[in-house]
Design a protein around this ligand. Structure first.
Ligand SMILES: NC(=O)c1ccc[n+]([C@@H]2O[C@H](COP(=O)([O-])OP(=O)(O)OC[C@H]3O[C@@H](n4cnc5c(N)ncnc54)[C@H](OP(=O)(O)O)[C@@H]3O)[C@@H](O)[C@H]2O)c1
Length: 286
């Protein structure tokens, strides 16, 4: 009987065993573990691509609402089968956030970098950025707040116990990093044009929530920092309906923007905790 079990184990590829149950060797990885939340398309998908292409050992957990429809991610999965995990996560359903945290805990034990890359500005026939106060609706304000501010904070709440220094090949970071994708229009000090009430205020709320968390991390002397990033105006589905008045040289490709943002992330230090950076490393006023 014992021999039969041994024979069966020897005949089973290691990967299948790991998939069927907990694989302890995966907790002793050489590279780091990053999570990109909101990875189905746009800037999030580009983060996943660059994190995988620019390192040889790092692992990425990419989350999105509908993994089977995330064609860009599935294509990356075919190229980086061993180093990319795709998990279902909808920011408006906290149990899916908790399930992703449990997955990371069991598979990797810890996390070195968390990027919240999701966001919503408009949805055809559902959500339109307001041009005047008379167009402001309670439902748009609350929906945008839920996706852009509440969701990313719940993700941090569940991932926080997993965050540890280390990983990410090619970086000398002495802190684990949480990077939340915000937007310059979320700056109250920089608000000269008005409009986009829901989006602006949801990003301002994300900024305040992130700053609040950063104060707690510092007080506890946790080796974890959180930063806010403005990616510039980037050619994605989010900006496409609003690109008409953007000068050509001010409309960035996803590749360029993410390269700049990763450089900020990879060079982040404890003194950056709670700061709001633009793509070029300049600090943005609150
Ligand atoms: N593009 C720009 O010019 C620009 C400028 C300033 C700031 N930003 C910020 O940068 C971030 C990325 O923007 P982007 O241009 O890459 O936008 P995008 O191409 O529209 O992608 C948005 C992402 O958010 C995800 N998402 C939306 N609602 C979600 C939910 N309830 N749960 C989980 N994921 C959800 C989408 O997933 P689905 O595929 O499931 O919808 C998608 O992956 C956002 O925070 C945005 O506000 C962008």
């Amino acid at each position: 009987m014992k021999l039969f079990v041994l024979h069966t184990l020897m005949a089973t590829p290691l990967r299948s065993i790991c998939k069927a149950s907990f694989c302890s060797s995966s907790k002793h990885l050489k590279g780091g573990v990053s999570m990109v939340q909101g990875a189905s398309r746009g800037i999030g998908l580009e983060f996943v691509r660059q994190l995988l292409e620019k390192t040889e050992k790092d692992h990425v957990v990419a989350t999105c609402r509908n993994p089977s429809g995330a064609t860009g991610l599935l294509e990356l999965k075919r190229r980086f089968e061993e180093r990319l995990d795709i998990q279902q996560l909808d920011l408006t359903v906290e149990s899916t956030i908790e399930a992703s945290a449990n997955f990371i805990r069991e598979r990797y034990g810890s996390l070195n970098l968390l990027i919240n890359a999701s966001g919503v500005l408009s949805i055809p026939d559902v959500l339109h950025p307001e041009t005047t106060l008379s167009k402001v609706q309670k439902s748009s304000l609350l929906f945008t707040y839920e996706v852009n501010a509440v969701g990313p904070i719940l993700v941090i709440k569940h991932m926080w116990p997993l965050l540890k220094v280390g990983g990410a090949s090619g970086t000398e970071r002495d802190v684990a990093v949480i990077a939340n994708l915000s937007a310059r229009v979320g700056s109250i000090g920089d608000n000269r044009l008005g409009g986009w009430h829901s989006y602006r205020s949801s990003k301002a709320a994300l900024n305040q929530l992130t700053k609040t968390i950063s104060v707690e991390f510092a007080r506890r002397k946790d080796p974890v920092i959180c930063i806010l990033l403005h990616p510039g105006t980037v050619d994605t589905d989010l900006s496409r309906p609003f690109q008409r008045n953007v000068p050509e040289d001010k409309l960035f490709t996803k590749e360029f923007s993410v390269q700049k943002l990763l450089s900020i992330i990879n060079n982040a230090k404890s003194s950056d905790n709670g700061k709001f950076f633009a793509w070029d490393g300049q600090e943005i006023p609150w």
